[in-house]
Ligand binder design. Structure first.
Ligand code: KIV
Length: 268
């Protein structure tokens, strides 16, 4: 087996170029960071989903900068090889570009390799400003949880031609501004596949079908510990496994081989 090296942006781009699927999971603490890293997960997302799965809020909106810094530090202390992305929490990048740069810098000082932010063309100048300052950016389009109240709930996006056109323009604007990764959430599989094919940067899907360059799931969802009714696109990887490590290894293997996700179960 070849020696493992810390993941880089260059390597993620190479994987995308040769069609190797990228595996990503959310991660919020050191114990899981160690386990996920050792299990070969390519990228760990310190997602603001921590507000829901760790803190018990109904949405991601209450998550603060201090909490995002704290969880990033927890994860990066234990991680060795995986690429670490931290979500910019709600309110940390909607003000001036200067404020957003300061907040992104705090997350990078905490050990993140890249920040993620939700938003389309309006966010392009901010993405450019961050990238120019040496901060890699991951965009997030489709269902954007920080806009849950504007979007009218947890709803599938990209349902009609106009919405698809807006998504296309947003994705291309983020790529042109220098984003080097894009998350697409809750989109019809055909729409996500088409968007992925129009971009040169890797696209990571969640509830967006199999046509993306990689997949991300919320860790607690794929371990079956989130409680409540899960969306159809979530698979409980603990089923048929004896322990968490085996479940995570199965997730990585299934993303890499294309066994996950299964578009016949996607449902939209
Ligand atoms: O916060 C998060 O976990 C996310 C994923 C749903 C992509 O943004």
């Amino acid at each position: 087996m070849s020696e493992r090296h810390p993941m880089t942006l260059h390597r993620l781009k190479q994987m995308h170029a040769v069609g190797e699927k990228i595996s990503m999971l959310t991660c919020y603490d050191a114990a899981f960071a160690r386990l996920l890293d050792e299990s070969g997960v390519d990228a760990l997302l310190v997602g603001d989903s921590l507000g829901m799965v760790v803190q018990g809020h109904a949405t991601t909106l209450p998550v603060t900068m201090a909490q995002s810094v704290y969880h990033t530090e927890c994860v990066t202390r234990a991680n060795r090889f995986s690429w670490v992305i931290t979500d910019m929490p709600f309110g940390s990048y909607q003000g001036t570009i200067e404020q957003a740069i300061e907040h992104a810098a705090q997350l990078m000082k905490a050990g993140a390799h890249m920040v993620k932010l939700e938003g389309g063309a309006w966010a392009a100048p901010l993405v450019r400003a961050l990238v120019e300052r040496g901060i890699p950016v991951c965009g997030h389009l489709g269902f954007t949880p920080q806009s849950v109240f504007s979007l009218g709930g947890y709803r599938i996006q990209g349902r009609d031609a106009v919405a698809v056109q807006v998504l296309q323009a947003d994705a291309l604007a983020l790529e042109a501004a220098g984003a080097s990764l894009l998350v697409l959430e809750l989109l019809p599989a055909t729409v996500a596949r088409s968007l992925t094919s129009q971009l040169s940067i890797p696209v990571i899907g969640i509830g967006a079908g199999s046509g993306c360059s990689g997949q991300v799931l919320v860790l607690h969802d794929m371990l079956g510990v989130s409680g409540g009714r899960q969306p159809r696109f979530v698979r409980n990887f603990m089923q048929g496994q004896n322990d968490i490590r085996a479940a995570v290894q199965c997730y990585v293997a299934d993303v890499k081989s294309g066994r996950f996700p299964d578009d016949t179960l996607h449902g939209y």
